[in-house]
Ligand binder design. Structure first.
Ligand code: FER
Length: 245
């Protein structure tokens, strides 16, 4: 494992690279956590290990205001995450040992994966949104985030719930994002993995996304919650068999 920082317009992004044992040159997957998450969460590690076992190097990166990266959580927005992810993609593209590039993210990182897929339509061999929280922009427009209601045309300075404080700017940014456009722009293979007991992001969003993509597969994990608690092996197996059918 190598640990380092990736520069994203002056913001230091904490990153770890785990190469697959015995693979000199080969595929690499960028792996991004979700909202309030970080790179050492059980489901992120499970995904990383599954990829490594399938011969895929993994570059875990933490986005603005999360984990060991610069920035305060309360100041993060999806635009900042998009800027960060673009920096990570360009970093990974320049690595000389990488053959094929993949992108994977969980929840808000899954939404990010969908957006970046559309922005780099010819860069990835496939993208893997896990429990993607792609309802966030619609929810921001409807005035319903963090399990609370607000007036979407009079956005409060802060939203506070679930033990976290979000800025109104997070909401302003989210309201402008239309994931359907980026779904449409990306024509490559997509693997969505989602638990049917996920109460944070309903499985219906995965079912909708898989229909909108031109080439997507959904693996539903029965009984699994948002972070695949107690179902990590099934989530990992879905990823592993996607890379090594
Ligand atoms: C929300 C529901 C889910 C929300 C964020 C999420 C900001 C993201 C969850 C995750 O990334 O795990 O209302 O509001």
């Amino acid at each position: 494992m190598e640990e380092f920082y990736i520069n994203s317009d002056g913001i230091r992004l904490h990153a770890k690279l785990d190469k697959a044992p015995g693979v000199e040159k080969g595929p690499l997957c960028i792996l991004i956590h979700g909202f309030t998450g970080h790179m050492e969460e059980d489901h992120i590690i499970a995904a990383q290990k599954a990829m490594n076992e399938a011969g895929v190097a993994v570059l875990r990166a933490e986005m603005y205001g999360h984990g060991g990266s610069d920035g305060e959580f309360k100041d993060h927005t999806l635009y900042k995450w998009v800027t960060n992810a673009i920096s990570v993609v360009n970093y990974a593209k320049a690595l000389d040992f990488v053959t094929d590039l993949y992108l994977c993210g969980h929840s808000q990182g899954g939404l990010l994966t969908m957006l970046i897929g559309g922005m780099f339509p010819d860069t990835f061999k496939a993208i893997l949104p896990l429990s993607p929280a792609w309802m966030i922009p619609d929810a921001a427009r409807e005035g319903s985030l963090l399990g609370m209601s607000f007036d979407p045309e009079h956005i409060p300075d802060t939203l506070e719930n679930w033990g976290v404080v979000l800025s109104g700017d997070y909401v302003r940014v989210a309201q402008t994002i239309h994931p359907e456009d980026e779904i449409e722009r990306y024509k490559g293979p997509v693997l969505i993995v989602h638990g049917d007991a996920d109460e944070t992001v309903l499985i219906s969003y995965a079912e909708k996304a898989v229909k909108l993509y031109k080439n997507a597969k959904l693996v539903t994990i029965p009984g699994a919650d948002h972070c695949f608690t107690k179902h990590l092996d099934e989530m990992a197996a879905a990823i592993k068999s996607f890379f090594r059918p």
